[in-house]
Design a protein. Structure first.
Lengths: 153, 98, 542
């Protein structure tokens, strides 16, 4: 039950990735461990963790995994946006009970990599990512909102 | 007796396990004994029923009468709209529910 | 009223396509029911006692004739010729097939309607004052603010998997005609000098543990309004309880943290989000508000011909003062004595559409009291309107009387219910109508819920009735003294429950006590507040 127990998904469990850089190849640590260890570059956030605890360490993190033990627990969406709002530019990976119908919202919240427990149908996923041609509200993906487009000069 | 009931996946209609399939009529319901879980698992996987569950019922002269008023309402239809129930012409039908 | 532009239209159509795909995957077995359920709920599709039930959104209770006609057509084409108007200003159809649901949503989309987020653990329909745009006492029409919130809350990527449902009401008057303090977030648009802003209340709700929302911030400048709402939601999404379904609403979070601490967390998040910049451009509110410009009112007579006593009674009971003195707002009662509260046939819906088109600038409203409303009727046209309504069974002159009962569908329709509520409503309204006591009793808001979820708003009833399951038999708890208005209060239980006959007799006894004790034009609620529970308890239980 040590805090330094290593967790995390490996690159081959990642089914969709929207980055060009090399994926981090070592295991993620817990949030508690991340605060203690000065060399951790990958961390896993559980639903009950406060993402803001990681703010001092964002500079050295290359991978943040956000765990969704059940797809109905939406805390990970806030965690993701908070990290992106704080300027985190590394890989933000959604892991766990990640299903087709959550993909587009996860992407908007800043996730750029997805390691679902059960591999998803590629065609369904492609369609799901493309669900929304336009968006109403601001999110981490910084897409121009419909309101902004209505009023640009 | 222990009977099984659920809703049809496509239409939402209330259905009752009749031993080989799912009937719209509660009087076709059969006693499933201790087989409820096995039947439920198989039928849900095959999508022949949605959200089924077991409930208690008694056999009466007319047929099968679920023990709980909720299941009797499901068997017949809304008590306040006799015209929309399975027995719109039967003046005794609402009494059977209550 | 608001008209979709091509962006809005595309969003609704994208949602239809998304749901069509989800339903296909369910029917093919690619989604289990557990996986599909939250998705279909977010498109208003419940599985109820007899069939699927579809709850169509009527944003802030406003629709035009064309939309009402579509609702009638859907009732005929896909359902059994009627619909039920709800306590959140929506409409429900009870006999829907999953295989038709996507087609229904597609039909709705052709008239700018949808069933988006009318259920599920997400932000629900934004409700508002049914007299919006007509009431003399509003600071401003609240609906543009409700529409801004509707767009902000639709498909919000961060708030789609909240701990529980989230209901928002927006009003713009000191009088609360939308039960605002009993919502998860209540917003009152206010003026400070010439500046417009929003007072935010959070943590109200009915259900298992009813609570009145405390004030969180008395003035948020209107150009930070959405940012503040986002802060409130983010704190809830992060810290609302997820361990127990019955403790997952924001009211529990606000109660357990205390309003001061919840406010502190919101203000912190608000400051952060201001720096991120999530507010829509201020021109957007102005653009939306243009759709709500007042219609071209014309002068006319300010009184009616009272020679027909039935018409005069209807005018006295069912019309509401308008900001223009040649107009009134006219309530269309869906509560004929002995009828099913809130239900309307497709023919009745078509008639209402016609009246809206001919007499109310093509606008009709759904009231949270399960009635309909023509917001802008010339006094000169009232006779014609009433004659049509009366012929169609929509002319009951009983607004806010004991016949104007709010009742959830109850065990006749709803899989969550413990007891039937509609038969109770029918018997009570019939009894009071038959004995002529309705008029004598005057204003009395009776609300009936078939289970603890309180969709009938019984906690806010002057008289409230809650259906419970007592060892497999329907039983009813009686409560007194609730109010959903600006004098908001939660009703108190009288004592042990009753069976169906017993609770009807109890309601009569309670009104007997009121009639015996009232003074100086007191309403039932006033007498109750003056004399307290004891005299009623005494009469009920001896």
């Amino acid at each position: 039950m040590g805090d330094t127990r290593n967790l995390g998904t490996s690159p081959d469990e990642v089914q969709f990735r929207f980055r060009d850089d090399e994926p981090v190849d070592h295991a993620a640590v817990t949030v508690d461990a991340c605060c203690d260890q000065t060399n951790a570059t990958a961390v896993r956030i559980e639903p009950g963790d406060d993402a803001r605890v990681l703010l001092p360490f964002l500079g050295r993190l290359a991978l943040v995994e956000v765990n969704f033990p059940g797809f109905g627990d939406g805390r990970g969406y806030s965690a993701a946006r908070i990290l992106r709002e704080a300027g985190y530019a590394g890989e933000l990976r959604a892991v766990g009970d990640v299903l087709i119908d959550q993909l587009s919202h996860m992407r908007r919240c800043g996730f750029d990599s997805f390691a679902p427990d059960q591999r998803l149908d590629e065609e369904d996923a492609r369609r799901a990512f493309a669900t929304w041609e336009n968006v109403y509200q601001h999110a981490a993906d910084r897409r121009r909102t419909i309101a902004e487009m209505r009023h640009e000069a | 007796m222990k009977i099984l009931t659920g809703n049809d996946l496509r239409t939402g209609a209330v259905t009752w396990w009749n031993g080989t399939g799912w009937s719209l009529h509660v009087n076709d319901a059969v006693d499933v004994g201790d087989q409820a879980e096995e039947i439920i698992a198989r039928e849900v996987a095959a999508r022949r029923v949605n959200v089924p569950y077991a409930c208690q019922a008694t056999r009466t002269i007319e047929g099968v009468r679920p023990a709980h008023i909720k299941d009797r309402i499901r068997a017949l239809g809304p008590t306040v709209r006799p015209d929309l129930t399975l027995k719109p012409q039967d003046p005794q039908a609402i009494d059977w529910v209550i | 009223m608001y008209q979709y532009d091509h962006y809005d239209q595309a969003m609704v159509e994208a949602r239809v396509a998304e749901f069509r795909d989800q339903a296909r995957r369910r029917l093919e077995g690619k989604l289990t029911e557990d996986q599909f359920k939250p998705l279909r709920l977010m498109n208003g599709l419940y599985l109820q006692l007899h069939a699927y039930m579809l709850r169509v959104a009527i944003p802030y209770g406003t629709l035009d004739a064309r939309q009402m006609e579509m609702l009638a057509d859907i009732a005929d084409k896909y359902d059994r010729g009627y619909g039920h108007f709800t306590t959140r200003q929506n409409i429900q159809y009870n006999w829907i097939r999953l295989e038709d649901a996507a087609d229904i949503l597609a039909d709705l989309a052709t008239v700018g309607m949808h069933a988006i987020q009318t259920s599920g653990n997400c932000i629900r329909n934004i409700s508002s004052d049914h007299f919006a745009g007509a009431a003399a006492d509003e600071v401003v029409d609240p609906r543009p603010y409700a529409e801004l919130m509707r767009q902000w809350s639709s498909f919000h990527p961060e708030f789609t998997y909240l701990p529980r449902k989230f209901k928002i009401a927006v009003i713009a008057s000191a009088k609360d005609r939308a039960a605002m303090r009993l919502h998860d977030i209540g917003v009152r648009i206010v003026k400070r000098g010439e500046e417009i802003g929003a007072a935010f209340y959070a943590g109200g709700g009915m259900g298992r543990t009813p609570m009145i929302a405390p004030l969180i911030r008395d003035f948020v400048p209107i150009d930070q309004f959405i940012t503040y709402a986002e802060a409130c939601l983010r704190v809830y999404n992060r810290y609302g309880r997820r361990d127990n379904k019955y403790k997952a609403r924001i009211k529990i979070l606000v109660h357990e943290l205390g309003a001061a601490e919840y406010t502190r967390q919101v203000e912190e998040e608000f400051a952060h989000l201001l720096s991120v910049g999530v507010e829509p451009p201020r021109e957007e509110l102005a653009r939306i508000a243009e759709h709500f410009a007042p219609p071209a009112f014309v002068d006319g007579p300010k009184t009616v011909d009272r020679s027909d006593p039935d018409f005069a009674l209807w005018v006295d009971r069912n019309t509401h003062r308008h900001k223009h003195d040649a107009y009134v707002s006219a309530v269309i009662s869906l509560k004929p004595a002995g009828g099913i509260p809130g239900d309307a046939t497709s023919d009745q819906m078509r008639l209402v559409a016609k009246l809206a088109r001919d007499y109310s600038f093509d606008e009709v409203r759904v009231m949270h009291t399960q009635n309909l409303l023509l917001p802008h009727v010339r006094i000169a046209d009232l006779q014609a309107v009433w004659t049509s309504l009366d012929a169609a069974g929509l002319g009951s002159a009983n607004m806010d009387t004991i016949e104007d009962i709010i009742a959830c569908p109850g065990l006749d329709y709803c899989s969550l219910a413990n007891a039937r509520s509609i038969p109770l409503a029918q018997r009570i309204s019939e009894r009071f109508a038959a004995t002529g006591r309705t008029e004598v009793v005057g204003e009395l808001k009776l609300k009936i819920s078939g289970c603890i979820n309180a969709c009938g708003h019984h906690h806010a009833g002057h008289i409230g009735i809650l259906g419970v399951d007592k060892k497999g038999v329907e039983n009813y708890q009686l409560s007194l003294g609730g109010s959903e208005a600006e004098d908001v209060a939660l009703a108190k239980i009288t004592g042990p429950g009753f069976d169906e006959d017993g609770v009807i007799a109890a309601v009569e006894k309670v009104t007997d006590i009121y009639l015996a004790q009232r003074t100086n034009g007191e309403r039932f609620l006033d007498t109750y507040r003056r004399i307290g529970m004891e005299p009623f308890k005494e009469a009920l239980y001896g």
